[in-house]
Design a protein around this ligand. Structure first.
Ligand code: B3K
Ligand code: ZN
Length: 879
């Protein structure tokens, strides 16, 4: 199979083409151009003769006319070996680009097409590909067309029957969607299996796996008493590391029954873990395919964060069975219909499984570090985009995480019980359909009784709204005065105000109490909300629980923030007050070149109080101790100097580490005495233990080196070992080399842990990090063909401002080199590296020029993939 990117299409208007841009602009797909399919495909039969480097596929489709146009079967790099209509070899077909178009005379036909593939040569990891001797598929969004000619769009739902045959020794396990209906032995050591999925599905949910796999098997009894067989398939030797994933799967199945009333609908649920995978996992009906990193865990090799990641992703993919599979998307512009909603569902699940407060803070931190920068940069787009060139570029933090926040706002406004009525109505009304975001909002509106007419703007407008908040106090009345602006984004210069639900409390400073939380909805550009019964001026706590994904600029004094950081009864608001205190302090330090001493003292006191507060559990304490990230700090500045941000942030860490060194040492000692378990208290202890090292490394490096070495040597789990190694890797010195060497030797052959070894070094605070990355790229364990390894090295570097924004520009050049080298191999993964360079407009001019030059160098390269082309040209664009 030709695995090169699609043939170029001509530029729509050559007069507007920039001479510097290669003439390869892909066509733009627009939401407004949606047309229903001209043909339905009620039944699909696929027959695979499997081989690693030669697979043939015979596709037989029952098609029914639904419009006037000929039948268009999408392909991508495929050639038809044979075409038959109603069993007779056909000539009335032609290729239109990569698509096969057949003029069919009647209203219902059977169309058969044979194609041939080379899975081993498929380095894009889209379609059917080989990974570690097994065969597997990835079809979302448009990978099925790399396997078979088909109307590869999510609104064509079909019932699939799949037959596959292949050498039994090589592929003892043969899996597809649905149920295994028949199997048998063939000649010459081959065998075959037939699978039937009774649920109509779009082609992006098709999956096939063939390989030498073993299962961790269990069962789950659904709420109506049906027993479901569960299997997690891995390579032999990995079974023991699947129990956490299995527990997470069962917990998800139960939780979805209890929380959303959703029951599983097949008798079998298979998960397969593969090492070569472009993203986290994929929700194929009845046959989820996972990146090994979201399945395999044991205490020796996986951190507490890895455990949480597995629980969240297993749940996410499982929840897609309803939000995505039973109700799918009409077109790819509706992606947030399934992704935003499913992210919200997995967030709520993880909140219920662990600490709701900590999970909420973590989710907000992800939003602010990934989505806020996206929303203020050249790739900003609404959660329901209006156009794309390559849909793979729209699996973004905006569609996923902001999408979840938008639905969470509806839930906050409706209340949990009414929201459930809305989702019940949605599942009921649209079951079996390919639906739109509008269908979802309408169902929530009808089910909850909310008027969401104006709220729909959240689906249309990109950009993070900015809300200013001020409190007026007169007599016994406190009035909250709010304004909002939604900043311009590419293609959207003017924005309308949007309804913004803000949970608010007004605290009495003396009693530390408030009369009850209120929900105010700021619906216009300005709003005034009066509250009675305040003889003295109260302290404002706003956007509690992060009820809206907005940036708040509140008139709050340092005293107010210190008060809230110590006394707010909403854990998120408490965290937020402390973050705000630190953000203001660091932004002022960056802008003025020096930090305010009184503010610095207030921050030290607040941190001391958190270290001493016995009412806090360690998981929450660890959360409160995390300083605002550099990307989020850069967001606060119109034009950021990443070097100055790093310096100011490290200086604050050093100041806190030195001033509170006794408390941090005591914390480290206390936490080190807690034995390993997965219980919250032990996990919390591990979290604060490494936090203590982080501050001590900045403020008391010699002490930190000693403690980190001891922590490394005593570690009986990966959380402690990784935390210690991170500290040592940042500090340098003889302990650094010894620990890195030990770590590599100890875990040689365990790809997921070797990924950590790469990431730790590329994400390090060490001043020579770029030279380390260069050397690591030449390490025998480095390979461009495994996305996990590429991300482990280069994404860790790209999000490490000290490395990426090195004043020499070397970081930018290295990422540009990577993109150019990776693009022909794996465009989807290559294109993900463009966004960090795309921030150039918000970076100080010296670095900005070098970032832009790196983008221009990429843009000038011939034969770029659609993926990279779109991201690079948008990043350079003039909007
Ligand atoms: N739906 C998949 C993502 C597919 C990405 C394709 N480029 C995983 C998920 O969101 O659950
Ligand atoms: Zn998803």
């Amino acid at each position: 199979m030709d695995i090169a990117s699609r043939p170029s299409e001509p530029i729509a208007n050559p007069e507007t083409a920039d001479a510097a841009v290669p003439p390869q602009a892909p066509a733009t797909v627009r939401r407004a151009d949606y047309r229903p399919p001209a043909w339905r495909v009620p039944e699909t039969h696929l027959d695979f003769a499997l081989g690693l480097d030669a697979t043939t596929v015979v596709t037989t489709l029952k098609v029914e006319r639904a419009g006037d146009e000929p039948l268009r079967l999408n392909g991508d790099g495929l050639a038809a070996r044979r075409v038959a209509v109603d069993g007779v070899a056909a000539n009335a077909w032609h290729m239109d680009g990569d698509d096969l178009v057949i003029d069919l005379p009647g209203d219902a036909h059977e169309v058969t097409v044979e194609t041939a593939l080379n899975p081993a040569a498929n380095t894009k990891l889209m379609g059917l590909y080989a990974s570690n001797g097994m065969l597997c598929t990835q079809c979302e969004a448009e990978g099925f067309r790399r396997i078979a000619f088909f109307p590869d769009r999510p609104d064509v739902l079909s019932v699939y029957t799949v037959r596959m045959s292949g050498p039994k020794a090589q592929f003892p396990i043969l899996l597809s969607n649905g149920n295994n209906t028949a199997s048998g032995e063939g000649e010459d050591g081959s065998h075959w299996a037939e699978w039937h999925d009774p649920w109509p599905k779009p082609s992006y949910l098709f999956a096939l796996v063939a390989g030498d796999l073993v299962a961790n098997s269990s069962t789950f009894t659904t709420m109506s008493g049906r027993e479901v067989a569960l299997n997690i398939w891995v390579r032999d030797g990995d079974q023991a590391r699947t129990s956490h994933a299995m527990d997470a799967l069962k917990a998800s199945m139960k939780w979805d029954e209890e929380t959303f009333g959703r029951e599983y609908d097949l008798d079998l649920f298979n998960i397969v873990a593969v090492s070569d995978f472009n993203m986290g996992a994929m929700e194929n009906k009845g046959l989820n395919v996972f990146n090994t990193r979201y399945i395999l865990a044991d205490p020796e090799t996986a951190t507490d964060m890895d455990y949480d990641g597995i629980e969240g992703v297993v749940a996410h993919e499982y929840f897609h069975n309803w939000s995505g599979n039973r109700i799918t998307c009409r077109d790819w512009f509706q992606l947030s219909l399934k992704e935003g909603f499913t992210v919200l569902r997995d967030q709520l699940f993880s909140q219920d499984m662990g600490s709701p407060a900590v999970k909420r803070i973590e989710d907000v931190r992800i939003l602010r570090s990934a989505q806020f920068p996206e929303d203020s940069g050249p790739l900003a787009h609404p959660i329901r985009p209006d156009s794309y060139q390559e849909i793979s570029n729209f699996y973004t933090s905006t569609v996923y995480n902001k999408g979840a926040e938008v639905i969470r706002m509806m839930r906050t406004m409706a209340g949990e019980a009414a929201f459930r009525k809305g989702t019940d109505l949605y599942f009921d009304r649209h079951d079996g359909e390919a639906a739109t975001c509008e269908d979802f909002v309408k169902a929530i509106e009808d089910g909850t009784g909310l008027d969401l007419a104006h709220f729909r703007k959240w689906y249309e407008q990109a950009g993070t709204p900015r809300v200013t908040a001020r409190l007026e106090h007169d007599g016994t009345t406190a009035t909250l005065v709010l304004t909002q602006t939604v900043p311009p984004t590419p293609g959207q210069p003017d924005k309308a105000p949007m309804p913004i639900p803000l949970r608010v409390a007004l605290f009495d400073r003396a009693t530390k109490a408030h009369p009850g939380e209120e929900l105010v909805v700021l619906d216009g550009a300005e709003g005034r909300f009066a509250f009675d019964g305040f003889a003295t001026r109260p302290v404002l706590s706003i956007n509690r629980g992060f009820s809206a994904p907005v940036a708040i600029e509140a008139e709050q004094s340092v005293d107010d923030l210190v008060f809230l950081a110590a006394s707010d009864d909403d854990p998120f608001a408490r965290y937020e007050a402390l973050q705000m205190l630190v953000v203001r302090h660091l932004v002022a330090a960056v802008e003025n070149g020096s930090a305010d001493a009184a503010e610095g003292a207030a921050i030290r006191a607040a941190f001391a109080a958190i270290l001493a507060d016995e009412t806090l559990d360690d998981l929450m304490r660890g959360e409160l101790l995390i300083l605002p990230g550099e990307a989020y700090l850069a967001e606060q500045l119109m034009v950021a100097d990443p070097g100055a941000i790093r310096t100011a942030r490290e200086a604050l860490k050093a100041d806190l580490g030195a001033a509170l060194s006794d408390a941090f040492e005591a914390l480290h000692a206390r936490a080190s005495a807690v034995p390993y378990s997965l219980e919250a208290a032990a996990r919390g202890a591990r979290k604060v233990k490494t936090q203590a090292l982080v501050y001590l490394a900045a403020g008391r490096p010699a002490v930190a080196a000693k403690l980190a070495k001891a922590q490394y040597d005593a570690a009986d789990n990966m959380t402690d070992r990784q935390g210690a190694l991170m500290t040592l890797a940042g500090l340098g010195g003889p302990e650094r080399e010894a620990a890195l060497e030990d770590f590599h030797a100890r875990f040689a052959g365990n790809a997921l842990v070797i990924d950590k070894w790469f990431s730790l070094q590329a994400g390090s605070l060490h001043p020579d990090v770029l030279s380390h990355v260069e050397a690591l790229a030449r390490h025998p364990d480095f390979t461009m063909s495994n996305p996990n390894r590429v991300r482990a090295l280069y994404m860790a570097m790209a999000v490490n401002p000290g490395a990426f924004h090195d004043a020499s520009g070397r970081g930018y050049a290295m990422i540009a080199d990577l993109i150019l080298a990776l693009d022909p191999i794996n465009p989807q993964t290559a294109a993900r590296f463009v966004a960090p360079l795309g921030r150039w407009r918000r970076i100080e001019p010296g670095r900005a020029a070098m970032m832009r030059a790196a983008l221009e160098r990429i843009a000038a390269a011939p034969g770029l993939s659609r993926d990279t082309y779109e991201q690079v040209t948008k990043s350079l664009g003039s909007d």
